[in-house]
Design a protein. Structure first.
Length: 182
């Protein structure tokens, strides 16, 4: 099954691509939006808009294309929600913990996972985003730059500063634990 089959309306290609990327897209989306239903709606809207749409570029990196498109949809959904919301939710509340962090916490009760999580949450949103895309989603700096609409050097700088700050704040054992989290 191929991307070209997908955008030309092949249902088997749609199902294959959907199943291949839905979990990663959801994990990525939940980092942008605290409402799981909104994330799922944006993912489904994305797939519906792409399916049988022959105007879509045929020579793309599918994962990169889907992530970039979902990010734009989520930012638009957040903007729309914020326009109509009387009270603003602090940005810190929109960052959620990952299943991996919960697993590490259960497996390593002696380690101070909460301290690592707290240190990650102190990072600026853009630094957290770069770390997530680089180490959790395994994107290159070039792909991250395109997704975030910044230069490659900015991505590298954001990553470097985040890791430098975490290394300075965490004890050596906690810093090693950070790589299990990422």
């Amino acid at each position: 099954m191929s991307w070209i089959d997908f955008i030309h309306g092949d249902e088997r290609a749609f199902e294959t691509i959907y199943r291949e990327y839905i979990d990663d897209l959801f994990a990525f989306g939940i980092k942008y939006h605290s409402d799981k239903e909104t994330v799922l709606d944006c993912i489904h809207d994305l797939f519906v808009s792409l399916f049988n749409n022959s105007n879509i570029a045929k020579d793309v990196q599918v994962k990169f294309y889907l992530f970039s498109s979902l990010r734009r949809r989520l930012l638009h959904a957040k903007h729309e929600r914020d326009r109509f919301e009387v009270t603003q939710v602090p940005e810190e509340l929109l960052w959620t913990s990952s299943p991996e962090l919960e697993w590490i916490k259960k497996e390593h009760d002696g380690m101070n996972v909460q301290r690592v999580k707290a240190q990650i949450e102190t990072l600026p949103k853009r630094q957290r985003e770069v770390l997530f895309l680089k180490y959790y989603m395994d994107f290159s700096y070039e792909e991250i730059a395109s997704i975030m609409e910044v230069s490659v050097e900015s991505c590298r700088t954001l990553s470097y500063r985040a890791i430098k700050q975490l290394k300075a704040e965490l004890r050596p054992l906690e810093f090693l634990l950070l790589f299990f989290f990422l």
